[in-house]
Design a protein around this ligand. Sequence first.
Ligand code: RIB
Ligand code: CA
Length: 315
Amino acid sequence: MTRKIIIDTDPGQDDAIAILLALASPELEVIGITTVAGNVPLNLTTKNALKILEVANKTEIPVFAGCDAPLKRKLVTAEHVHGATGLNGIALPEPKIAAQDQHGVDFIIQVLRENEAGTITLCPLGPLTNIASAMQQAPEIISKIKEIILMGGAYFEVGNITPAAEFNIYVDPEAADIVMRSGVKITMIPLDVTHQVLTTNKRISRLKNLGNKTGEIVASWVDFFERFDEEKYGSDGAPLHDPCVIAYLIKPELFWGRQINVQIETQSELTRGMSVADYWGVTDKQECPRNVKFLRNANANGFYELLFERLKKLP
Ligand code: RIB
Ligand code: CA
C-alpha cells in the first residue's frame, strides 16, 4: 500500500535530493509539493522545486508556493550554504512548468479535508511555517494528519545556525512550537542523525558513477554545498539532512531514537529556536508529554545504499 505524502520544502540541494529519492520510490505517492521560504526566498524555493521535477521527468506533480516569511519573525536565509539560487551546482534551465495558483497552505488544508483521516503524511524539510499556518487556519485538520516526519532540531549535536538552534526551527520557532504542541504523531530527524550521514568522497564518486544525468546533477549539488560543512566541522563531507526524512519513510529500520518530550524555545534571543529534548526523561510526564519520536542514530551505509539504488532509477 503506497503512502500518500506532501513534501513541504525550501530547496536547497539536500531538499532536492530528498524530493528525487521520494520520486524514485514506489512506496510513496507524492501528491504535492508545497514550498516555503527558508534556505532562499520563496520565489527561488518554488522555482527550484519546479526544476527538480523536470530533472526527474515528473512534471505532473503539482507545486504550490506557500508562506514567504515566518509567522512572526523576519526571514533568515542560508545562501552562504546553498548559494544565491539555493540550488547551486550544475546550472539547470529555467523551468518550463509553473506552480499552481492555489496557496500551499490552502492545498495542505484541502488535501486533509478531502482525504480520510490517517491517510496523509506531512514531510516538512524546511521551516514549519506552512504546517503551522494550516493548523491555525483549519484546526479540524490536525486530527486527520497521519503523522509528521520532519527534518529539524538538534540536541546533543547542538545548533548549526546559532550555537543553540538548527536552521529550520530557528527560522520560525513559533511555527515549530505550534507543531510540537499539536498532538500529531511526530518523528523528528535532527542534526544528531543527519551529521552521521556524511557525503564522503567515496560516496560522491558513487553518485558520479550512477550512470545517469541525475547522478551527475546530485554530485554537483553535493560538491557545492559540502564545502561549507567541511570548513566548519572539518569533516569528510557534509550531512545529507533532508533525504533522511524520505529514507525513514521507506526503511525506518535504518534509524533509531526514543519517544520523548521536545519543546521549542521562542522567548530567549540567545537560545531562540533551540529544540529542548528531554532525552533522559527528567521532566514530569504530566507537564511535559512525550510528544516526539526523537531519532538519534542512523545506519549511514544502509542509508546511502538505499539512496544510490533509488536515484539510479531516475533519468
Ligand atoms: O539545518 C538543516 C536544514 O536547514 C535542512 O533542511 C536544510 O535544507 C536547511 O533547510
Ligand atoms: Ca531544507
